[in-house]
Design a protein around this ligand. Structure first.
Ligand code: URA
Ligand code: URA
Length: 235
């Protein structure tokens, strides 16, 4: 298995490949990609998300391909301005083939409704497309093999915002060990997109006291979205 340093540079390389084009268009990005040199990105291989889904749904790059019930590609608006990123499918998602359909997903729907979004407005996907047995954390090699799929989805959707749900999604996408408490509450420049991090809905079910901070994060997101659209704030 690759060591940590090798793993980290692989993730950076994958991100560069996915977003190299955009980095060239928008130099001077700060924070997490400050040291990523501009590189040419590969031309998109698929005309739309559905054909991309069809091309990868039988994936067996990692052993989770053997244990999954359904491959959980992602759902929502292919032109969404906001992509929500979770960790990995759980039991309900594995059975239904859709992200965030269990208890955490029902809470996510309430959170979205509170900031006046429905699932049709946004796009939702996970770092891993297949359920880790017993809902254990993704292994570094699983994340490394699966992340290019998510990066390609984001590259095709071209959202203005990314909202990472929970520590794991944020740390993998940003390739950092920074704790969630230090990542949330602000916009992070991610290859020209505005990325925010907030608590995972499953964490809110266990620790309801995190809900106040989550509400602040969601209001911040909605207000910046409305500002970007040139509309009066709805929350
Ligand atoms: N938790 C996640 O991170 N993703 C899902 O799709 C469901 C639960
Ligand atoms: N701790 C985590 O690991 N994730 C959360 O979303 C909240 C607390």
């Amino acid at each position: 298995m690759a060591g940590r340093t090798e793993h980290v540079s692989r993730i950076l390389e994958l991100t560069r490949r996915a977003f190299g084009q955009r980095l060239e268009q928008e130099p001077g990005l700060t924070l997490f990609d400050a040291e990523i040199p501009p590189l040419q990105s590969a031309a998109p291989k698929y005309p739309d998300l559905e054909s991309f889904h069809l091309a990868i749904r039988e994936c067996h790059k990692c052993p989770l391909g053997k244990t999954r019930t359904k491959f959980v590609f992602g759902v929502g608006n292919p032109r969404a301005d906001i992509v929500f990123v979770g960790e990995a499918p759980g039991r309900d998602e594995d059975l239904q083939g859709e992200p965030f359909v269990g208890r955490a997903g029902q809470l996510l729907d309430k959170i979205l409704a509170a900031i006046k979004f429905s699932r049709e407005d946004i796009y939702i996907a996970n770092i891993l497309k297949c359920r880790p047995p017993g809902n254990r954390d993704p292994l570094p090699e699983e994340a490394e093999l699966c992340l290019p799929y998510l990066l390609q989805q984001i590259g095709m959707i071209q959202p203005k915002f990314i909202c990472c749900l929970g520590r794991i999604a944020a740390q993998i996408l940003l390739d950092t060990k920074t704790p969630l408490g230090k990542l949330r509450g602000k916009f992070i420049d991610y290859h020209g997109m505005k990325l925010i991090v907030t608590y995972h809905p499953a964490a809110l079910l266990r620790f309801p006291s995190y809900k106040a901070d989550t509400w602040e994060d969601m209001k911040m997101l909605r207000r910046e979205y409305d500002r970007m659209k040139g509309r009066p704030p709805v929350v």
